[in-house]
Design a binder for this molecule. Sequence first.
Ligand code: GDP
Length: 295
Amino acid sequence: MFENLTDRLEGVFRRLRGHGTLTEDNIQEAMREVRMALLEADVHFKVARDFVAGVTEKAIGREVAKSLSPGQQVIKIVHEELVALLGGNTEQLRLDGRQPVTIMMAGLQGSGKTTTSGKLAAMLKNKGRRPYLVPADIYRPAAIEQLQVLGDKLGVPVHPSTTDTRPVDICRQAMVAAAEKNYDTVIIDTAGRLHIDESLMSELKDIQEAVQLSEILFVADAMTGQDAVTVAEKFNHDLAITGVVLTKMEGDARGGAALSIKSVTGKPIKFVGMGEGLDALEVFHPDRTASRILG
Ligand code: GDP
């Protein structure tokens, strides 16, 4: 994860630490290199520009703490700003309120929605909740079966959706079933498309109007970098998503999506997928991720 970015930043900071004292020029030179490293990592150009401007301002203005060398001081500021860029605090799922609470997964086809629905159900079950999986992708018959197989594996009940029922009706019926059976967390796995299209969006909006959603999690493949951010903007514009899940993070050497998505959409990354296994879902921690990026 983030290997390329980490390697690049390591080089910049090694040179910075080599200076006994730092001039404004040294800092600006280092920040130019940081900006290049971020752009190469596929970070959104405005995000990279603002990030570097923020760090430069702080680095030049800050009193030098006696315990830290000037180079370390700058690295500390970069760390703080990276944490902020990644979202600041760890964001919890909203599971309070009237039960059952409902989480809708949305995103493009292949982003990892179905797998993440299963992973999330497993995580919540381990925490003592009673999840109910609802397949609402009626266009690919295999999608319903895929979730059914995951549910069986996990011992999590799956709503018996059929391809001849409209997704919004599936969701309504599933809410009734969940309440009757005392399930406390409904996870709706929706259809995706290869590209954003209006009929997909209106289907999701119909569900949003019919069912009280506690969370709308936008699922994106981290490896798609800036594309993931652009698609997230559209989903957020149309649906007001409540959070992001970045999948396939374990294979993402660059980190552009992770570093841009909060800043561009204003919505936090709540989870990251770290592999194909059903236990490979992690709560996203901005501080730990920043430390990891800085090596
Ligand atoms: P959907 O079309 O959005 O429902 O996507 P799927 O859940 O079917 O996932 C598409 C592919 O991505 C599958 O082969 C998954 O195993 C894989 N996948 C999902 N999440 C991750 C992840 O975090 N890491 C890796 N390596 N693969 C993942």
